[in-house]
Design a protein around this ligand. Structure first.
Ligand code: NAP
Length: 305
């Protein structure tokens, strides 16, 4: 086999962010409020802080109004819920996001439930999860939306394709299975969702036309688990020690990329694959929320989201 086609998520994310910035300009021209995103960070987890900083910068670049609330590690659940209520009530805010994970004294689901579903741009509220299950409009989580967008925009056919997703989390695997098994363009896939109890995982993976790894296990998917010519989407982000790297570690996916690239037909790199699309979809969800608040129809026309 030759070298797989590399699916450049970074370039696609740039394109989507440009489209979102255009959407913001149109809202402004029409006299509507610009989209506003409120992000709450509890504690000082370096990875969480890095994500929140990236989101803030992306908001600025897209012309959004953005608010960041930094709360100490010892914040109580009631204090956090009060901040969410504040953002829920703020008309300039169309998306509310509480960066996860949260410290142990806080019940994450109670916090997710406290976000107004129409401002839940992370798509984690049970109302949005339920809407996704039965095919009603609502917000889907950003990473699975990003995967769908990547497949659609790179012209990878999903219709009727045997698609294996390794991972069943509420954040990635499960919503992705629902999105890809919907009817319509960029969907209509035959989805098999696998997890840590799945038997004969390698055999199942080897049958996939589209293989999606979302498990959080560095280099778990080896070349012999990939059907020659298959599309491989690597959602995983794992830190592996690397004394030669600036921070002493580097980021790798769930797929053994160097070997997989020789077998797959198309593949996403890590970094630069699915990751950048997650933030782009967060911006797009927030723009959609602002459009809805202004009484405007959705600007998303295809089934990628
Ligand atoms: P998670 O909640 O830990 O879920 C991992 C899933 O993988 C679980 O369903 C688990 O099965 C399954 N799994 C773990 N080990 C397995 C094994 N040996 N064989 C088969 N299945 C196995 O993780 P997540 O939040 O979904 O995230 C998954 C990965 O995506 C992580 O690396 C995360 O960093 C990354 N991620 C990336 C982005 C992005 O923007 N690119 C966004 C979110 C997450 P069980 O259910 O049986 O335990």
């Amino acid at each position: 086999m030759g070298q797989a086609r590399i699916l450049d998520g970074k370039a696609l994310a740039e394109q989507i962010r440009g489209e979102v910035a255009d959407g913001v300009r149109k809202l402004k021209e029409g006299g509507a409020r610009i989209p506003g995103l409120g992000v709450v960070l509890v504690g000082d987890n370096p990875a969480s802080r890095a994500y929140v900083t990236m989101k803030g910068k992306a908001c600025q670049a897209a012309g959004f109004h953005s608010v960041q609330m930094d709360l100490p590690e010892q914040t109580t659940q009631e204090e956090l819920l009060a901040k969410v209520r504040e953002l829920n009530a703020d008309e300039a805010i169309h998306g509310v996001l509480v960066q996860l994970p949260l410290p142990p004294q806080i019940d994450e689901m109670a916090v997710v439930r406290s976000i107004l579903p129409e401002k839940d741009v992370d798509g984690l509220h049970p109302v949005n999860a339920g809407n996704l299950v039965i095919g009603l409009p609502g917000f889907a989580p950003c990473t699975p939306l990003g995967v769908c967008e990547l497949l659609t925009r790179t012209g990878i056919e999903t219709k009727g394709c045997f698609t294996v997703i390794i991972g069943r989390s509420n954040l990635v695997g499960k919503p992705l299975a629902l999105l890809l098994s919907r009817k319509g363009k960029g969907a209509d896939a035959t989805v098999c969702m696998c997890h840590s109890r799945t038997q004969d995982l390698a055999d199942i993976a080897r049958r996939a036309d589209i293989l999606i790894a979302a498990m959080g296990r560095a280099h778990f998917v080896t070349a012999d688990m990939i059907k020659p010519g298959a599309t491989v989407i690597d959602v995983g982000i794992n830190r592996v020690e690397d004394p030669s790297a600036k921070r002493g570690y580097r980021l790798v996916g769930d797929v053994d990329y160097e070997a997989a690239v020789q077998v797959a037909g198309a593949i996403t790199p890590v970094p630069g694959g699915v990751g950048p699309l997650t933030i782009a979809m967060l911006l797009r969800n927030t723009l959609e929320s602002a459009r809805a608040a202004a009484g405007l129809p959705s600007a998303v026309t295809h089934n990628g989201g």
